[in-house]
Design a binder for this molecule. Structure first.
Ligand SMILES: Cc1cc2nc3c(=O)[nH]c(=O)nc-3n(C[C@H](O)[C@H](O)[C@H](O)COP(=O)(O)OP(=O)(O)OC[C@H]3O[C@@H](n4cnc5c(N)ncnc54)[C@H](O)[C@@H]3O)c2cc1C
Length: 410
């Protein structure tokens, strides 16, 4: 195998391109947008968060989700209109509840490995991404959440992660800007980080291009076909149709990976779980001073935040099961703004840039990394709420897997 195509220039596609290039492959990336990182890897919560490894597969998620269906501004919105895709995904999500603990430990292990690789890439390519290495604070507003957090911290410890419980006084010392009125305590993971996923992905794509990866931007793949030996990529540039054979193709197409997989005979059950963010522009000295640098995770509101340099503050959250649309709804953005006003009354929310993205979520919440049924078909996709956190590791996994397959053939 020599010539490899990658579908998608999001965080998973670009990290995969980087790893395969390092291993000596001739890599071509296909992306329908004009630039890298224009879909889900554009304006996410910014957290590189091993501490947020807990998978959502639990009965308490189901019960809370049902209650939230009656509340318009709830962190989770579920459109009850049935579709086969949604129902089969939900069924599989529920059947993964017995894996809650094991999958949390597995995800935390992957996140820890990912940090090491991420730091190696950062150093090698000298990438600027508003990285903050100040840890992540997890805020809890009730006893039950603290008790659950203690249990999860034990699982994270098994994975090798230290997440310490902190009192309100300790939280105040770690991040003095938060209005802690509604909280009773929380957890702190010193080793976690935050940064701008778009800046990182774009810079790494540029580095790959300089080193010889070929980029076909503005190029939509209409079909991945197969002649029983090789994959054939059918693509379109400005209404003109082309096709090219490759020795291998890695599907990193985010929420569109399912469609490619089903045509290739593979079941990659990814549902688009929509989320929103706002990026506050900190245009005045008071806002700059009073916005937190430590990255936050509010357990009840299911909102995360990250400081992106001196003059930007990102707030993200909510999960919406509502198909593939990327409409930005005011009633989903408002809770993010209200959260800021409540926790950080001294920062201005006058200039808030709204965004919506679709998390490519598998029902087990474990990414699909490996081969398809046909020769030369590979996947690195389905990273859900943790694509930024896990991608450096899964790119390494898939490229090692391709090298192993290659050696077997030789
Ligand atoms: C609100 C929100 C907050 C989040 N916060 C965090 C966080 O704090 N930490 C964290 O780790 N993760 C977070 N995530 C998750 C993370 O952002 C995603 O897991 C990750 O960005 C997914 O990357 P990807 O490469 O799989 O998909 P994408 O970034 O969507 O990339 C897929 C690419 O494939 C391209 N493509 C698809 N079909 C075709 C085609 N036919 N032809 C050509 N190109 C095609 C698309 O254009 C796209 O560029 C968050 C997500 C959301 C929505």
């Amino acid at each position: 195998m020599k010539k490899i195509a990658i579908v998608g220039a999001g965080i998973t596609g670009i990290t995969t391109a980087y790893q395969l290039l390092e291993k000596g492959y001739e890599v071509t990336v296909f992306e329908k947008n004009r630039y890298a990182a224009m879909e889900t890897s554009f304006a996410n919560g910014g957290q590189l968060s091993a501490c947020n490894a807990e998978v959502w597969n639990s009965w308490s998620t189901i019960v809370t989700g049902l209650k939230w269906m009656l509340q318009k501004d709830a962190p989770l919105l579920f459109n009850p209109k049935p579709s086969f895709h949604k129902l089969s995904w939900l069924f599989s999500f529920i059947s993964n509840i017995p894996n809650h603990k094991n999958h949390t430990i597995l995800t935390a292990k992957m996140a820890i490995e990912s940090r090491v690789e991420f730091k190696r890439i950062l150093k090698a390519e000298n990438i600027e991404l508003n990285l903050e290495e100040k840890g992540i604070l997890h805020l809890c507003d009730n006893r039950k959440a603290l008790e659950h957090g203690r249990e999860v911290s034990k699982w994270l410890k098994e994975a090798g992660l230290t997440r310490q419980e902190v009192t309100l006084d300790e939280i105040k010392k770690i991040e003095p800007t938060i209005n802690l009125k509604s909280f009773i305590g929380g957890f702190y993971t010193k080793s976690d980080m935050s940064g701008d996923i778009h800046k990182f992905t774009k810079s790494l794509a540029d580095a790959c291009q300089k080193k010889g990866v070929k980029f076909n931007y503005d190029t939509e793949i209409s079909l991945i076909d197969h002649n029983k030996i090789n994959p054939i990529i059918h693509f379109q540039i400005e209404n003109k149709k082309y096709k090219t054979n490759y020795d291998g193709v890695v599907i990193c197409a985010g929420v569109m990976s399912k469609q490619f997989a089903s045509k290739l005979g593979d079941n990659v059950n990814i549902y688009p779980v929509k989320g929103y963010s706002i990026t506050l522009l900190l245009n005045d000295a008071k806002s700059v001073k009073n916005a937190p640098y430590v990255s936050l995770l509010d357990d009840k509101a299911k909102i995360v935040s990250s400081r992106l340099g001196k003059d930007r503050f990102r707030v993200a959250g909510t999960a919406e099961f509502n198909g593939y649309n990327q409409d930005i709804r005011a009633d989903r953005i408002n809770p993010l703004i209200n959260w800021c006003n409540k926790l950080f009354p001294l920062i201005s929310t006058e200039h808030a840039i709204p965004w919506a993205g679709l998390r490519p979520m598998t029902p087990s919440m474990i990414p699909k990394v490996g081969s398809g049924k046909l020769p030369g078909i590979f996947y690195n996709t389905g990273h859900g709420h943790l694509g930024w956190t896990l991608s450096a590791f899964t790119a390494q996994q898939i490229s090692d897997h391709i090298v192993r397959k290659d050696n077997l053939v030789k």
